[in-house]
Design a binder for this molecule. Structure first.
Ligand code: FES
Ligand SMILES: [Fe+2]
Length: 343
């Protein structure tokens, strides 16, 4: 599937960048579904997003500057508000009216969990709820936002695939001697927003370096995994260790273009900095995500989604979550009159 060729994905919220990156006061470029956009913070501190193209002579607005919550083009200084209207042309005499048509497209943009999220068109579903964010007893750790040369379907499927641990993660938590995956209990969510919930318990190696992460010192521990899929490209993974420590991850696999995603990863933990320092948790998940990144970047980003296309990729029993993701994506496309677009 070529994500930029499927217009329905424009109708969802995608996490684009941390608000801290916007707080620098310079406009920031991003490519979302092949669309060049620019983000900045308005006077109220809320993020804004416009097409990254000045309506005067097409300069990239991300090369401009933020002035009193407005965005000024770096070429001739035309200045935009958050709705994309030109509100100032410095070359005009005072009081001269700016034609109403002088504007560039604006996109829906909102702050959630410390990130700016953008929907290119009216969104079909809300941003997934993360009750742990800001809740008493929980801390939020911004782990990663980085570009991976893969597609959202590949990254999503990988995040529900418990057959790769013994191979991709054998150097970290995978138990090489146990390649047979534990079975997932899959529950499809009702209602238009789709998604599903998958639950399983896996064995995980627990060397001394992981003791503070798992809250236990057993050589092999258990991970009770509660994994939820949110259409189209987000998932929440709640890992509970026997110690009671919970390691809750939110991933947004933001589609940049047909060969790249931005991996956004938040971590929520119900322990304290003294129990397990933030940097240790970032380093721990960094090593694991490098293992996934390396193998995913070797796959074809144009993943088969329409399984009626036989013979392109073959499946096994443990691919059920990935097959369910495909089924739900196909239903979404069908509801919007689209078929899978691929090479
Ligand atoms: S190109 Fe932007 S002001 Fe001229
Ligand atoms: Fe993995």
């Amino acid at each position: 599937m070529l994500v930029t060729q499927q217009p329905v994905f424009r109708k969802f919220w995608h996490p684009v960048m941390p608000l801290s990156q916007l707080a620098t006061g310079t406009p920031q470029p991003f490519t979302l579904l092949g669309e060049a956009i620019v983000l900045w913070l308005g006077a109220d501190g809320e993020p804004r997003a416009l097409k990254d193209r000045c309506c005067h002579r097409t300069a990239k607005l991300s090369k401009g500057r933020c002035i009193d919550g407005a965005l000024q083009c770096g070429y001739h200084g035309w200045t935009y508000d958050g709705t994309g209207r030109v509100i100032r042309i410095p070359q005009y005499d005072e009081g001269r009216e700016i034609p109403a048509g002088y504007c560039t497209p604006a996109y829906r943009c909102q702050a959630a969990y410390g990130y700016a999220w953008v929907a290119l068109e009216e969104p079909l579903a809300p941003i997934p709820e993360m009750p742990e964010f800001g809740a008493p007893g929980w801390r939020t750790i911004f782990q990663f936002h980085e570009v991976w040369a893969t597609s959202p379907v590949r990254a999503l499927e990988n995040s529900f695939d418990n057959s790769h641990f013994s191979f991709v993660h054998r150097a970290t938590f995978g138990v090489a001697a146990q390649p047979k995956p534990s079975r997932y209990e899959l529950v499809e969510q009702d209602g238009g927003s789709g998604g599903f919930y998958a639950e399983t318990v896996i064995a995980a190696t627990n060397p001394p370096a992981f003791h503070r992460v798992s809250g236990s010192s057993e050589p092999i521990t258990q991970r009770h995994m509660r994994n939820a899929y949110y259409l189209p490209f987000a998932r929440r993974l709640d890992i509970e260790y026997p110690s009671g420590v919970r390691h809750v991850i939110l991933n947004g696999f933001t589609p940049i273009d047909d060969g790249h995603i931005q991996l956004c990863q938040w971590l929520f933990r119900n322990d304290t900095e003294a129990d397990c320092p933030q940097q240790l948790l970032i380093d721990f998940d960094h090593v694991i995500t490098r293992e996934d990144k390396d193998i995913l970047e070797s796959t074809d980003p144009d993943a088969v989604v329409d399984l009626r296309r036989r013979g392109v990729e073959f499946s096994m029993d443990s691919d059920r979550p990935g097959i369910l993701i495909r089924k739900q994506l196909m239903e979404l496309l069908a509801r919007h009159g689209e078929a899978e677009v691929h090479r």
